[in-house]
Each structure stands twice: as C-alpha cells, then as structure tokens.
Ligand binder design. Structure first.
Ligand code: SAH
Length: 235
C-alpha cells in the first residue's frame, strides 16, 4: 500500500518534525493501525511534500520525522477557478468533492439574483474539510480554497473569466473560449438553478467576461460545473 497522504497545517512543521494533532493521530494510529517506523507522506497544502516516518506515538499526538522538502505532484498545469452560485447543501458537498478530484484551483461561492440557497457561514468548515479529504484521496499537491465571494454584485471579476450561459448555443463552446486564453488562469462562473438574469449577463459583458456554451441541453448547476471543469482540466 502506498504511504497515506496527509495535509498538515504548515505551523505544525518545524525543526524537521511534524507535530500531528488528535484527529490526525486517530486516523494514522486507530484507523490505519500504523505504528512507529511507518511511512507517511505529509503535505503542507501549498505545494510542498515531505516523505516522513512516524517517530513517536503519544496518547493525544504523533510526531513524524520529515524527509527533505519536495515539490508535490498531482496539480494540473492549468489553473481553473470555479465561481458557483450556492446550491442545496448535499449537492454542494458532492460538487466540492468532485471538483477537487478534477483539480479545481479554488471554488468561489456567489450569491446571484436568483440564488435561493443562502448558506450560513457555519457550512464553510465542513466544505473545507471535504475539499481537504478529496485532495488527499485524489493525491493532489494542494487543497483548493473554498472562498466566500458573496455577493457577486459590485465585485470585480478577474481576467480570464467567462460565464456558462444556458440557452445560448450561438456562443463559443467552453473549450474554444479557453483555447484563446492558453497559459492564463481561467475563472468559470456557473449560475443558480434559476439561471442568470439579463442584468447579470449585461454586468458580465461590462466586466469583460464572455458567455460560453456547454451544449444545447439544460444542465443542473452542479452538472454544468463538473462538465466545465472536466473539459478544461482533462486532456
Ligand atoms: N433554469 C434555467 C437553467 C439554469 S441551469 C433555465 O431553465 O434556463 C444552471 C446554470 O448551469 C446556468 O446558469 C449555467 O451557468 C449552467 N448551464 C446549464 N446548462 C448549460 C449549458 N447548456 N451551457 C452553458 N451553461 C449551462
């Protein structure tokens, strides 16, 4: 079995040692039944990786000895951000897990004119945990950030942004549009179940974000997001 991969808070890494907390101890020692001498791959979440060895097992903590800092693999060359109108919580969880597996760089949560789900801030911790676990499982080198970019109105959009426009088979496909921005970070906006309003489409045009199509059928928001990411991140 490959060594388990664990994203650890960089603050827990010092003097060549990783000081793991209670939850990490439970995972390595109780769940995986590892002991002193076992190999663990430790990631700092921002692209660094250490091959390491369990050195001490305490009642509440574990200490691992770190190998040299290496660059983590598992990241796409292309940086793709997803801007997502909030959807129902169970579907949002599914989306965060799948988007992370596909390699999304960050997920920005938006409130749009027709967003019906307004999530309490309390959900963010759970969503970030889902992203971390999916990043570990899919062997990524980074954890995608889950960012609160609400509300959308009044916010400037980064360069390389475009929005997935339903019922617009006349606009370029997402791949065609992305091809013109080769090498730059891309920001894909996906609307809520009710779709975009005309005012929002006009605002995007003003901010330089063009419309792109995902075909003639109407996809649910999470399907649109996953299809867009797959088209941009998988060769
Ligand atoms: N209720 C709307 C559909 C909203 S679908 C209607 O009936 O018109 C939710 C979001 O998914 C849309 O805002 C859009 O961003 C994206 N989407 C769905 N299907 C799409 C398609 N074929 N092409 C591009 N984007 C699409």
């Amino acid at each position: 079995m490959a060594a388990p991969r664990l994203f650890v808070d960089p603050a827990a890494l010092h003097h060549g040692m990783a000081h793991l907390n209670k939850d990490e101890r439970r995972y390595l020692i109780t769940v995986l039944r590892l002991d002193i001498g076992a190999k663990v791959t430790i990631l700092d979440g921002v692209g660094g990786l250490y091959q390491s060895t369990i050195a001490q097992v305490g009642k509440e903590a574990v200490v691992c000895e770190l190998g040299p800092l290496e660059t983590a693999t598992g990241e796409s060359e292309r940086e793709v951000h997803l801007w997502m109108a909030c959807i129902k919580s169970d579907r949002m969880e599914w989306l965060i897990q799948k988007a992370t597996e596909l390699g999304v760089a960050a997920i920005h949560l938006m409130d749009t004119a027709r967003t019906v789900m307004h999530h309490p801030d309390g959900k963010m911790d759970r969503w970030r945990k889902i992203a971390r676990e999916a990043a570990e499982q899919s062997e990524r080198g980074r954890i995608p950030a889950i960012l609160d970019s609400r509300p959308l109105a009044g916010r400037s959009l980064p360069l390389g942004a475009f929005y997935c426009a339903e019922r617009r088979p006349d606009v370029p496909s997402i791949r065609t549009a992305a091809g013109k921005n080769a090498g730059e970070a891309l920001h894909v906006l996906v609307g809520p179940e009710g779709g975009w309003t005309e005012a929002e489409c006009a605002m995007f045009a003003e901010k330089g974000a063009g419309p792109v199509s995902l075909g003639t059928r109407i996809l649910r928001a999470e399907t649109a997001a996953i299809a867009a990411l797959a088209l941009l991140l998988l060769e």
